[in-house]
Design a protein around this ligand. Structure first.
Ligand SMILES: [Fe+2]
Length: 336
């Protein structure tokens, strides 16, 4: 009965942040999603191909995770979807997710992009890497290892633009520096960026615009912002440099999902995840110019043009458990 009441509440929430994509059959899978980018197209394709309807509720990653925890066994949701591995890791730690034993998922998603215990799976990948203005920088100036750390060298003084410290992308990148180098060395790196008078910009798009305009020579952003902007203006004077190719690989994060422990329809939820990781990869990833996780699926042409790269396996535990340390480190370094 309580569950029914929550279901009614879920339906009542069908406002700006909710929606339903109806399939031909009676089955319904319900998704709480921190990912908003073009998700409805993927759900429409899924509903069309499987007859399973999808009801979805959008919110922030952390907000939805807390909501699931609060709803407990009464949650109407079957799937938790996020734009960040750290929140999936935290959901796993909180016991909110059900391990999925699916050959299709483990076959489709590389080990470095999913939970070893099968509680969550990456479904698309984004790279956070160096962006530069080719009129002002020769990419041979960037080392193929310690590429993020190298921006602390004095030669980059007055030439850097980076994202603000309250942004989760910055926090996960710094958390991965702590995991790779230890707190002390990571602190030296971030202090070096600050000593270089890094210009802090609170938008990846604005970082790319500033590099294009010659206001900065180098920055760090997610790859898909460059793709979006190149779609509008193919003459943009900004190129990506794939960081750490002779080291651990470029820093990546995922959009991913897990099935909830208290899902009423774990089989339908599993089918949605399996479809998203296989036949639905392009529907899911391409709209936001993200990379498919499934190595059998081609990325869309604009990002395929950026060239192939090695990536560092997603260290979800570091992104989740070192988040507070990363924030503390940036404060200590005077990075705002
Ligand atoms: Fe983004």
């Amino acid at each position: 009965m309580r569950k029914l009441m929550v279901l009614v509440a879920f339906a009542a929430l069908v406002t700006a942040s909710c929606g339903v994509v109806a399939g031909a059959g009676e089955d319904v899978v319900r998704v709480y999603s921190g990912r908003h980018y073009d998700l409805e197209q993927a759900f429409r394709d899924f509903a069309k191909q499987t007859d399973i309807s999808v009801e979805f509720l959008y919110g922030g990653d952390a907000e939805l995770r807390e909501r699931i925890a609060a709803e407990g066994e009464d949650t109407p949701a079957d799937v938790f979807m996020t734009v960040d591995a750290g929140n999936l890791w935290l959901a796993g730690q909180q016991g909110l997710l059900k391990p999925m034993n699916s050959k299709e998922l483990t076959g489709a998603v590389p080990a470095g992009l999913r939970d070893p215990q099968g509680r969550w799976f990456g479904l698309s990948m984004r790279a956070r890497t160096l962006m530069y203005n080719p009129k002002r920088v020769d990419p041979a100036e960037f080392p193929d290892r310690d590429s993020y750390a190298a921006l602390a060298e004095p030669k980059w003084k007055g030439r850097l633009c980076m994202r603000n410290s309250t942004n989760s992308y910055t926090q996960s990148l710094v958390a991965s520096l702590i995991a790779d180098y230890g707190y002390g060395r990571a602190l030296q790196i971030v202090k070096g960026w600050v000593a270089n008078d890094v210009e802090i910009v609170n938008s990846d798009v604005r970082i790319i615009e500033t590099i294009d305009a010659g206001g900065c020579d180098v920055g760090i952003t997610n790859h898909y912002y460059l793709a979006r902007m190149l779609e509008e203006d193919p003459d943009l004077s900004v190129k990506p440099f794939w960081a750490n190719q002779a080291g651990p690989g470029v820093h990546v994060n995922i959009s991913g999902a897990g099935v909830l422990k208290h899902s009423d329809n774990p089989e339908l939820a599993r089918r949605l995840l399996e479809w998203l990781a296989t036949g639905g990869q392009n529907s899911f990833a391409d709209g936001n110019h993200e990379y498919p996780v499934n190595p059998d699926v081609e990325p869309e042409p604009l990002i395929a043009d950026f060239g192939e790269f090695d990536y560092q396996p997603v260290n979800a535990k570091a992104y989740g458990s070192l988040n507070a340390k990363a924030v503390q480190l940036m404060g200590e370094a005077g990075y705002s």
